[in-house]
Design a protein around this ligand. Sequence first.
Ligand code: ZN
Length: 347
Amino acid sequence: MLAGRDDGAKVAAELHARLQKMDLIAAVTSQTKEVHSVVNKLGKSVEKAFVPDVCAATRDVKFDEATLNGVIAQHLFHTGKFRVGELFVQEAGVPGGEALKEPFTALHEILAQIHARNLAPALAWADAHRKELSARDERGAEAFEFQLHRLQFLHTLQQHGAVAALVYARAHFTRFQASALADIRRLMGCLCWVRRPMASPYADLMAPGHWDAAAREFARQCCGLLGQSCESPLLVAAAAGSVALPTLLKMAAVMAAQGQDLRTGEQLPMELELGREFVFHSVFACPVSREQSTPENPPMLLPCGHALAKQSLLKIAKNSGRPFKCPYCPMEATPGVCRHIFFPDAQ
Ligand SMILES: [Zn+2]
């Protein structure tokens, strides 16, 4: 026992001496110093990069809480978060929660099946809704159905071999001969490469990205039929807000320096470009009345090249055929020489 204790003391002393020789404390301190300075720098960079107070860019809009709750509930159902959505509807007392959820239930069930490599429900849905889909966009609907059948053909080829794939092609491709002949020929070429599809000239057809593309297109077609946008409107609004925020903050600072307040003005002092992903459809808004054009109040082109809504034009001309001055340039015109403009993509 005693000898052991002596040994122990000896080992401890030796260890102590060795540790001192290694100068561990100095090494650890110098390492943590480095970490500390990096963490410090990070904190400063974050402070510099983010504006902690974004209130300067918010406008004093009184939100209708019930509408906002409805939009949040719809967002949760739209993005497939059904349990959270149900709980939110219950706790926030959103009226008509079931009706908000219902359209998205089938959509997400079928999407989950596509992601699990089962196209049967999507094909059945496309078959059942062929008429409505065609009425919206005949070519698009046909291309969508062919996209699903093409994927099912390739899946059958990979899972069950060439004979099963050929049987599938015979049963389903005839309808698409006029619109997708070149594609069908390529798919038939795949039958010769069933053992080594990835070494074939058709390897691109086997890419897993085709499943995601089919899911996206299914969601687009389904949302279109439901009268819903493909992306959740709340998500789009939040994304657009975050894109616009830096410019809005700059604008607020410039206006504040001139004694103006961004939050109280009726309109933004300049237009904000958000980028193409936020452009959904074009509208014509009359620069005078600020109203969106309608078939009864269409955009009219003045000989000078400026455009107004018909009602604004008639108002300026005092409902007469007499000459009037364009509100944007010194040129004169009469209502008779103004032309109705058609914007093919505008609503
Ligand atoms: Zn003009």
